[in-house]
Write a protein that binds this ligand. Structure first.
Ligand code: 5RP
Length: 236
């Protein structure tokens, strides 16, 4: 039997997480190709009569969900959610994540922090022993961004993390701007041995709006692989 494609695995993870959705839940909707499968599957359930109310983590997800008729609101209207379902760029055995490959890390983290539970949906290729193979995205305020970049570089070097810090750009080479109006710097530090410490130091830099290390947020990770979907953590 041939191995399932990455896209098939993403959909399987999304389908498994959908099993936890109950009527009248307040849900956060993640961003990215895996989260898009979840939104798609949820949309079909809503069209079949399921009642839920959702907060999207990006304008992209908002558009997708609205087109499917999923009822939407904001955290201002609904500051506490039951569950957010989102993807990740990388995860380890302690359910620590790197997120932000799709540029939505700030809203994703705000929504995750507002949710009682965070289910991450992913395929097995994203599991790592040590975080950092995927460049860490850092969202930076546009004011003084060059200074902030220098500060990030020095802070990382202080922890022995050396590697290119590249400002994310669109295909036409214009700076990539997040939904919140900020820049993103992708940091190829390599293995991050102390993610908690790096997270703390990055958060203390003026100009850093948010970083893509998600620690103590994921309650369960649905990992789709060739043998089906495995759950890391507590999905009850
Ligand atoms: C967006 C994210 C995504 O969840 C992450 O990039 C994974 O994306 P995909 O499911 O397309 O692989 O953090 O900011």
């Amino acid at each position: 039997m041939s191995n399932p494609s990455a896209d098939t695995m993403k959909r399987e993870a999304a389908q498994a997480a959908l099993g936890a959705v109950e009527p009248n839940m307040k849900l956060g909707l993640g961003t990215g190709s895996t989260a898009a499968h979840f939104v798609d599957l949820l949309g079909a359930r809503v069209q079949a009569g399921l009642k839920v109310i959702c907060v999207p983590t990006s304008e992209r997800t908002r558009e997708q969900a609205a087109a499917l008729g999923i009822p939407l609101t904001t955290l201002d209207e609904l500051p506490e959610l039951d569950l957010v379902v989102d993807g990740a760029d990388e995860f380890d055995a302690s359910r620590r994540l790197i997120k932000g490959g799709g540029g939505a890390l700030l809203r994703e983290k705000i929504v995750a922090a507002a949710s009682k539970r965070m289910f991450v949906i992913t395929d097995a290729t994203k599991e790592v022993k040590t975080l950092g193979a995927f460049p860490l995205p850092i969202e930076v305020d546009r004011f003084g961004a060059q200074s902030t970049q220098l500060h990030i570089e020095r802070t990382a070097r202080g922890l022995g993390l050396i590697g290119p810090i590249i400002q994310r750009r669109n295909k036409d080479q214009t700076p990539y701007i997040t939904d919140g109006g900020h820049y993103i710097y992708d940091c190829s530090f390599g293995a991050i041995d102390a993610p908690e410490l790096l997270a703390e130091r990055l958060a203390a830099i003026p100009g850093v709006v948010e970083h893509g290390l998600f620690i103590d947020l994921a309650t369960a990770i649905f990992v789709a692989g060739s043998q089906g979907v495995r759950i890391l953590g507590n999905a009850a």
